[in-house]
Write a protein that binds this ligand. Structure first.
Ligand code: NAI
Length: 360
């Protein structure tokens, strides 16, 4: 993908700003991408990952920052979309000096971009970055931060699942439904709790024995299966991908037995067109970025001074947003993923336009 749409005749990426940051002493190589500030300062996490090439890192940050613009818009936040990547193995590159050097680059954008945690970065890293810039959120509670965002991410996914259940079965309750969770990590564990409390039968899998052990000890009623293939081909009503991206693809969709898919993982659709495969099979897919916005809602709230109840109230609204998208999709005859994109684009255009009203 060309940043200015000038390479290889590909579609322009449409990003506002892409900044390459380098500090030779600390070994920092980072890219900050701002897709849009139409709704306010861009907000999105910093991913630290050992990309195979600079091209891969750029591709990822362009995709991720675009995704954040849509996620923040649909979540009703006064934030545009941005994201950053630090190129390197998080176990090896993340020194205090490197993170602080990175913080200075974030600061140089003057508040056009707020950073937060993502794959390979943690709350404690945000505390270090915050020593160089105030444009960071997702810090630890000791520093006035909101802490672990998976609490509200799981709550939001649960709300999205309730709205999807209501759409398909006429009742938002998951009681008696068989829900398959792939990935019992931070989000998957909180989600299991909400589902068990609601009376659902949880079937789950994870590649990490420690996660399975947690389930056996905490929720002995959870049915554990060998792997994701066993999970999706078993008799489940709802499939909840809570591990990695690309869970819905040409191999999984044809064998999926669930009627509904609602999960936390980002980028669940492996490629454009998968949403149509799902629709053809009569499987209702609640778009990932709509239902997993609880985490960004939490860190956005922290920017104003964190209030858990206020953030939770906002994450609870994911129920209404999901319901609105599913109804819009039905009335317009498009998959929910398309309806969600349309709603997000509409808000970016309508609310973003207000900034053209001159205030002296
Ligand atoms: P995590 O790293 O705590 O948990 C992921 C779990 O998936 C781990 O237990 C891992 O062992 C398991 N896993 C990995 N590969 C697997 C496979 N092939 N089959 C089954 N299990 C597998 O991550 P977390 O925070 O729970 O996030 C889960 C997903 O939700 C990720 O895709 C993340 O990007 C996304 N997400 C998380 C948010 C948050 O606030 N934590 C916010 C929005 C999205």
């Amino acid at each position: 993908m060309g940043v200015f749409g000038s390479t290889g005749g590909q579609e322009p990426s449409g990003h506002e700003q892409v900044v390459f940051c380098q500090d030779k002493q600390t070994g920092l190589k980072a890219i900050i991408a701002i897709y849009s500030t139409a709704l306010g300062p861009a907000l999105g996490g910093t991913r630290c990952y050992p990309y195979a090439s600079e091209e891969d890192a750029l591709h990822d940050v362009l995709e991720l920052s675009r995704g954040m613009a849509y996620k923040n818009a649909i979540a009703g936040l006064d934030h545009g979309g941005g994201k950053a990547v630090i190129w390197g193995d998080p176990e090896q590159v993340k020194t205090e000096a490197l993170l602080r050097a990175y913080g200075r680059f974030v600061h140089s954008l003057g508040g056009r971009y707020y950073t937060a945690c993502d794959v390979g970065t943690y709350v404690s890293d945000m505390d270090v970055i915050a020593r160089e810039t105030p444009y960071v959120t997702g810090r630890s509670p000791e520093y006035g931060g909101a802490g672990d965002s998976s609490v509200l991410t799981a709550w939001g996914v649960f709300q999205g699942m309730r709205a999807a259940a209501e759409h398909v079965w006429g009742t938002a309750s998951l009681a008696g439904r068989r829900v398959g969770i792939a990935g019992l990590g931070k989000v998957g564990r909180h989600l299991t709790g909400h589902l068990v409390d609601d009376g659902a039968h949880v079937v789950a899998t994870d590649v990490d024995e420690r996660a399975l052990e947690w389930a056996r000890k905490t929720y002995p009623q959870v049915e554990l299966v060998a792997d994701t293939t066993a999970l999706i081909t078993s008799d489940i009503d709802v499939y909840s991908p809570c591990a990695l991206g690309g869970a819905l693809n040409d191999d999984t969709v044809p064998v999926l037995r669930a009627k509904v898919v609602v999960g936390a993982a980002n980028n669940q659709l492996a490629h454009p067109g998968v949403e149509k495969l799902l629709a053809e099979r009569g499987i209702l897919y609640a778009p990932d970025y709509v239902v997993n916005a609880g985490g960004v809602i939490q860190v956005a709230d922290e920017i104003k001074g964190f209030n858990f109840e206020r953030a939770k109230l906002r994450a609870t609204k994911i129920f209404d947003t999901t319901r609105q998208i599913l109804r819009l999709a039905e009335s317009e005859g498009v998959p929910p993923a398309v309806a969600a994109d349309r709603l997000a684009e509409r808000r970016m255009a309508e609310v973003g336009r207000l900034r053209t009203i001159h205030i002296p």
